[in-house]
Every structure is written in C-alpha cells, then in structure tokens.
Design a protein around this ligand. Structure first.
Ligand code: ATP
Length: 290
C-alpha cells in the first residue's frame, strides 16, 4: 500500500511488518532512513468506510488529532508516555511515528506458556513504573480509564522500561471526583465494580474516577504475581460483569511469599473505591517505597 516507504513531514521511513492493529489503525515496525533509528508507525484510516459519510470521516479526524494532542501534551509531563517523533495527516491517513517497543501483554503470555513465573524483581520493576505512569496522570487531573497490559509497551535495551501507548479514553477530572463519560471501554477483567454498577445504573454512561485506575493496577499486579487474573475462573464476560456488579466483599488474594505484595494487592482490590488507596498512598506503601 505504501510501497514499503512512507514520508512524514519530509522524513523518510521504511515500513516493515505489521506489529499490531486497532479498530481503524495498523501499526508497523520501521526505520527512520536519516538516522537508522527503529520506530513504530501507526497509520490510521481517516476515511469512513462509506465515502459518502463525511460525518464519520470528520469524527475519525477529530479522534486522531485528539490522540495526538493528548500525547504531545503529556510528552514533557509524563516520562512513561510513549515518545512521539513525528506525525501528519492527509485526506486518507493519519500517521504517528513513535518509539518502538514490545507489548507487555506478550510478555505475560510468554510466562504463562512457559510456566516460568515472572521473577519478583521484574514484577516490582514493571509495576512500580505502571504506578508512576498513572501517578503522573492523576497529578495533573487525568484519569486513564483503560489501564491494562495491552496499553503498556516495553522499550529500552533490556525491554524493562515501560511506556503507555493508548491514551484513547483518558479524561480530565478535578481531584477526588468521579465523572460521567460516554464510553463502553474496558475489558471486564480490568473493570472495577463501581464502573460496572454505574454502567448498569446509567446505561451507556459510565461513572468512575481515579480509584478505577487503582483497581486496574491491582488486577495487573495480581496477573503478574499469579499468572491469572482475579476473575479467571468466571468464564464469560457477562458472568464477570454480573459478579463485579454484585461484589460486596473484597477480592481474596492467594498466599504469596511477599507479604508486602499481598498487602498492596488486597488494598487495590477492595470493592469499595473509597477504601482503596489513592496513587500517592500506593507509591508510599512498603511494597514500592521499601
Ligand atoms: N509503539 C509501539 N510499539 C510496539 N507496538 C505498538 C506500538 N504502538 C502500538 N503497538 C501495537 O499496536 C496495537 C494497536 O495500537 P493502539 O493501541 O495504539 O491502537 P488503537 O488505539 O487501539 O487503534 P484505534 O485508534 O484504531 O482503535 C497495540 O495493541 C500494540 O500491540
């Protein structure tokens, strides 16, 4: 489609294999031909499937620029947000050239398949970066809203530095407030009980805030520590949502040799969001601060 080359604002890149895709986008590996640097190139189709639908095309263009604006805004404020090197759009495509990495989900899967647990020091290294990534968002009043392993990628020579790639549904809130946003985002495994309840109560509107990110961070830590997610035994998404919607007690945490890890997990996975720690309290917990 692009003849294995693409020019973005005067810079030439090779386009190699597809390394991922979203609903309207394909992400390719590539190289900057000027300096040889490896990059990821996300190409978003801005034209609506039906070329008669100008409204659809316009809304894709707006989402594309909203994503760019958010990423650019966060470059200097959050060291854990993916670094953007270049971007542009034409009538047909929007292009973002960024740091290339490996999806954290793939690392989790590799450990599940090999049955070799993630070493404790790596769990700590990964999770502390995730908590800091969210800390830098909460500090400026932004809730991520869709925190999950797919949205973190590993970069750097040893692939142990993390970056957030998807800021798609992040939204701004005053401190300690919850908000209504129009979204159905979030796979059930990382969705907090209050998100489910508000979804049921408000149909297509969801009401949640900072503490939903804390719950999601807890689910990711649980997954790293035990190789499965807390709701893994429940089967279908509908069953998981109904379980979360009725959850009165806290999620029980299996025994783990690291008492601090188990304690912080218990706190993140409290069903009542008011009883969950906020992001500063997480950073000050013995598991991270010690
Ligand atoms: N910088 C990157 N390095 C490596 N892989 C990436 C990078 N960015 C994205 N990917 C891969 O591409 C996939 C899709 O990217 P992303 O999550 O940004 O798309 P999306 O926002 O879901 O797309 P859409 O906007 O069309 O819904 C990711 O899940 C990941 O596997």
């Amino acid at each position: 489609m692009f003849n294995n080359r693409i020019v973005v604002r005067g810079v030439h890149y090779t386009l190699q294999d597809e390394i991922g895709h979203g609903l309207h986008s394909i992400v390719y590996g590539g190289h900057d031909l000027d300096n040889g640097q490896s990059v990821a190139i996300k190409v978003t189709n801005l034209a609506h499937g039906s070329f008669h639908s100008k409204a659809g095309t316009e809304s894709r263009r707006q989402s594309f620029w909203k994503e760019i604006d958010m990423l650019l805004y966060l470059q200097a404020l959050n060291p854990y947000v993916i670094r953007i090197f270049n971007y542009d759009n034409n009538d047909q495509y929007g292009t973002i050239v960024m740091e290339l990495g490996k999806t954290f989900r793939d690392t989790l899967l590799e450990h599940v398949h090999s049955r070799i647990p993630i070493p404790p020091f790596l769990i700590h290294r990964f999770w502390s970066q995730m908590v800091e990534a969210i800390y830098y968002l909460h500090r400026i009043g932004i809730v991520h809203g869709d925190c999950k392993p797919e949205n973190f990628i590993q970069v750097g020579p040893d692939e142990t530095s993390l970056r957030l790639i998807d800021m798609g549904i992040s939204f701004q809130l005053p401190p300690n407030v919850t908000s209504h946003i129009h979204t159905a985002a979030g796979t059930p495994d990382y969705v907090s009980p209050e998100m489910v309840n508000s979804r049921i109560g408000l149909s297509s509107k969801s009401k949640y805030g900072y503490k939903a990110d804390i719950w999601a961070l807890g689910v990711i830590l649980y997954e790293m520590a035990f190789g499965v997610r807390p709701l893994h035994g429940l089967g279908s998404n509908a069953t998981k949502l109904s379980f979360l919607g009725q959850l009165q007690r806290n999620i029980s945490i299996p025994n783990h040799p690291d008492k601090n890890l188990r304690d912080i997990l218990k706190r993140c996975l409290r069903s009542n969001p008011r009883r969950r720690p906020n992001i500063e309290q997480l950073l000050n917990h013995r598991y991270l601060a010690g």
